[in-house]
Write a protein that binds this ligand. Sequence first.
Ligand code: GLU
Length: 587
Amino acid sequence: MLPLLKALLLTLSLWSLLPATAAPISRDDPESTYPDRKGTSSASGSAVVVTANPLASAEALAVLKEGGSSIDALVTAQAVLAVVEPQSSGLAGGGFLLHWDAKQRRLVVLDGREVAPERSQPDDLLDASGDPLPWRQATAQANAIGVPGTVALLWEAHQRHGHLSWGRTLQPAIRLANAGFLPSPRLLRSIRLAQRFGVSHSPDFQEIYLPGGQPPPAAQLFRNPALAQTLRQLARKGGPTFYQGPLAQQILRGINELQASEPNFRGWTPADLSNYDVVRRAPLCNQQLQHRICTMPPPSSGGLALLQTLALLNQSTDLPSSSAGKPKVWRQLARAQAWADADRLYWVHDPLDGAIPTEALLDQAYIARRARAMQSANGLRPTPGLPLGIENYPYGVPDRGIEHGTSQITIVDAGGNIASYTSSVETIFGSRHLVAGMVLNNQLTDFAFKPSLGNKPVANRRLPGRRPMSSMAPTLVFSNGEPVLALGSPGGRSIPHLLSRVLLASLAWNEPPARAVALPHLSSRGKTLVLESDPPLPWPFPLQQLKSEASLRRQGIGSGTALVRRIEAGWQGAADPRREGTALALP
Ligand code: GLU
């Protein structure tokens, strides 16, 4: 490009460094940011719990104190979050778990992602003229609700690795739902956000969360008796009752009642619930930053993207001599994110429809080729690559451009068993529909809305029985065969952007956990590079130094990293100050 033109474009992108704007809810950032933050919560000891809510962390720690395992504490934390943080995760959502069994020295991956019901059709989220529904409208459709996997995942993990009884692990959630709790500022803010996002389609939501048209009062105990009743049933009868039996029937009735107001919705069959299966998958592992990083394989694309991002970065930057204070590495990080996104948003789908070439996409020669293309792209937007062994592009290229809640729990117990678990109802309060006190997810908006493009199928198209591509990437890091770091974060499509930055800070810059989570974030989104406005720790250089071919926008970024790191005397955990997270430890 001519130097003059280049200078002009650069100036234009600096001009677009407008004052920070409030982040709208979007696919890139499904819950928006939380402004009332305090400092970073961190704790160290022989066992550590990090969740997005103080009540969930306290109850999970009590379970560990009683001799419970990391999985017992996980079940407790998730059940409590379903009550106190229903905007982000719950029993009628889905999630992914990485579990390290210290005795067996085995890493197990459980996929509890939502599944498209039998009667789904590829064009369910298109309008009458065949165009994709606007994302916001789609999130409220019954056709967006996937068959939930959370309870099945927790049950299976508990059957294998629980020490305390299943009933005991659910007690704190039952108590809080029944006797009530003081709603946190973030819960109240989320209710107001959901109100603006749209709740008129859900009388149940309004009845529970907007009594008299307003969020519940901050100083009064908030109760959810219907959810308490559901949790009691689960405690008595076990996880399978969610999928077969009276609770399953109640869920089916609730879902199928939505047909009355949504003529395009064909409803669920009993088999949709009874056939739900948790899938055990092989972790996706790769050597990066002198560590073995293991993360979630497809149907998540977040794990692949975070590994590709680090691999591309390693080719283009002298990582060992880099530090948070050097803008060059941040600039390269932004580029690497965009190039990794181009691949993952093209290639990843439910593995039921055939293997995804994850190894070929991480192959060293392929990464070197991509890194060269990235360096010489001169601002051109990246397109997906063709890894070795694949001759032609098999799919249509989905457009990332249409703009259209999740929670991370990380726990290590005193025996060194680790749970890194990302759980989601998709956007804020999911579909805002409720059944039996539970928020129903809208996870099926994670499928591509258009099933084919240019006469080719889109990889991540909606099909019955399939799981939509996810960005969630719970991760475990090993050094000499020993786990040294566990982490994950919500953040929608930005998840691999957030986690690659946190891993860079932890493993290359050697930042301690509290700083690693609190340093600023950046996120490449199509033609725009979003720089975090008002990060918990300030940008370590003037933002002008991040000049980029993309147009720059300052905006809040709603990460919620929960991180646990091995230290000399045990473990240290830190909770992202961008949410209400709390880290607690046993001595
Ligand atoms: N539904 C998103 C996914 O699975 C997660 C949304 C979020 O992080 O809030 O990738």
